[in-house]
Ligand binder design. Structure first.
Ligand code: GLV
Ligand code: MN
Ligand code: MN
Length: 415
């Protein structure tokens, strides 16, 4: 029997078209959650859902669903596919969009093929996966899985002072459906790896078996503004210098350990932010990640200890706010094995791996068996306009998703 494959030209064309939506004056892709540019991306995705003849649903946190529910399905719990279409600042075109559009592509292919699924198959674009504008990240899927109260999430204040709920209303994506309205049978997310492993090893498919823990904190250091020319170093309470010491502490600690711990300070601002004034306030974020929960706790504790001694040594005030905290997640062994088998059946090498990035799959794993498929990222580059995955790898990954979905959509309903 000849094996059907996805429509590669349609998928690649859509990835490219969505990637053109939300370019700023410098050509950078910026589709922050619930922004004007993200609305345009959402509108395009919704148009494609309608073109595919799927039922559209939007829930209260703005998650968008395209539902394929043939009349004669025997099981109401849907197989859920998806990812996100919001982006970071200066994003590539694949992160999130690849998985979302592949989910849609797979459903269209199976519909055309005349598959009679035992259960609905649904594609989702989850709100605010990136967490750049509103914390925490993976917010739409977290709310969907019941891990964050909807009203708290809608009240989230953005880095630009906006309120998420009002922004969703403004762009027309504050839906009526209660989050969690469809309890999934299973969830599968296809994504670019965003790291260097698959490319380095020459392997086209990753079966993602777990995902590392994520800790996000915002640290504020307060000192005294004073004259840059007249204040002796020994008399300063320099919030900027103290902040710089935290950056190097995190880096040195991660580098000198034999563990996979990673630490990043991605945002920093000084007040009053003037060339000849000692900073009176430094605010910065800390992103700590580790696949091992115990070790992640140790890293958080080491940072807390360092901040305490820093406060005494530098005579500065230190306060810490937690922005997000997610434990490492283990994905469903059965679906991981299915992914490995699908790759083998298409003659593609596959390896098991850990996801370094956060994904909606880690939230949906709270309410349904879930797993992920990765494809290589050239140079391991992501969250960058240079993010790139070869078309051949994109198509191969979408075909693995197709085969996995065909299996999960038709297998017998467990007693
Ligand atoms: C999501 O992109 C993350 O920060 O891992
Ligand atoms: Mn992503
Ligand atoms: Mn991302």
């Amino acid at each position: 029997m000849s094996r059907r494959s996805i429509d590669a030209a349609r998928l690649l064309g859509r990835i490219s078209a969505l990637g053109d939506i939300g370019r700023d004056g410098d050509g950078r892709l910026v589709r922050l959650a619930a922004s004007d540019t993200e609305k345009l991306g959402r509108d395009q995705f919704v148009a494609w859902i309608r073109d595919a003849g799927l039922e559209l649903a939007v829930d209260r946190i703005g998650n968008i669903f395209g539902i394929w529910k043939p009349d004669d399905v025997t099981d109401g719990a849907p197989l859920l596919l998806g990812s996100h279409i919001d982006t970071v600042i200066g994003a590539g075109i694949y992160d999130g969009c690849y998985g979302t559009l592949s989910g849609l592509e797979v459903i269209e292919t199976l519909k055309t093929e005349g598959l009679a699924p035992s259960r609905p198959v649904v594609v989702a674009a989850f709100t605010n996966e990136e967490g750049v504008r509103y914390a925490p990240d993976m917010m739409g899927s977290l709310v969907y899985a019941g891990g964050l109260d909807i009203d708290t999430a809608l009240a989230a204040v953005g880095t630009d002072g906006t309120i998420l709920g009002r922004e969703l209303e403004r762009i027309g994506y504050a839906g009526d459906y209660p989050p969690g309205f469809l309890k999934p049978y299973a969830y599968v997310e296809l994504h670019i790896e965003q790291g260097p492993i698959l490319e380095r090893e020459g392997i086209p498919v990753g079966a993602v078996e777990d995902l590392q823990g994520i800790s996000w904190q915002r640290v504020t250091i307060t000192g005294d503004a004073n004259h840059a020319g007249t204040t002796p170093i020994s008399m300063r309470r320099d919030a900027g210098h103290a902040a710089a010491r935290v950056v190097t502490f995190l880096r040195d600690r991660a580098k000198s350990s034999n563990t996979p711990t990673v630490a990043t300070v991605g945002c920093m601002s000084f007040e009053p932010n003037a060339i000849n004034v000692i900073p009176s306030r430094a605010t910065f974020t800390v992103d700590l990640r580790d696949p091992d929960e115990e070790r992640l706790r140790e890293e958080e504790a080491a940072l807390a200890d360092f901040l305490e001694s820093l406060s005494a040594e530098e005579h500065v005030g230190v306060s810490v706010e937690r922005l997000a905290r997610f434990e490492p997640v283990k994905f469903d062994e059965g679906i991981v094995t299915l992914i490995e088998r699908a790759a083998r059946d298409r003659g593609l090498a596959c390896r098991r791996m850990t996801s370094g990035a956060g994904h909606d799959a880690q939230m949906i794993a709270r309410i349904a068996p879930a797993a992920m498929i990765f494809v290589p990222s050239i140079g391991g580059i992501s969250h960058n306009t240079k993010e790139y995955t070869a078309d051949e790898d994109l198509v191969a990954g979408a075909n693995i998703l197709l085969d996995v979905v065909r299996e999960l959509a038709t297998e017998g309903t467990p007693a």
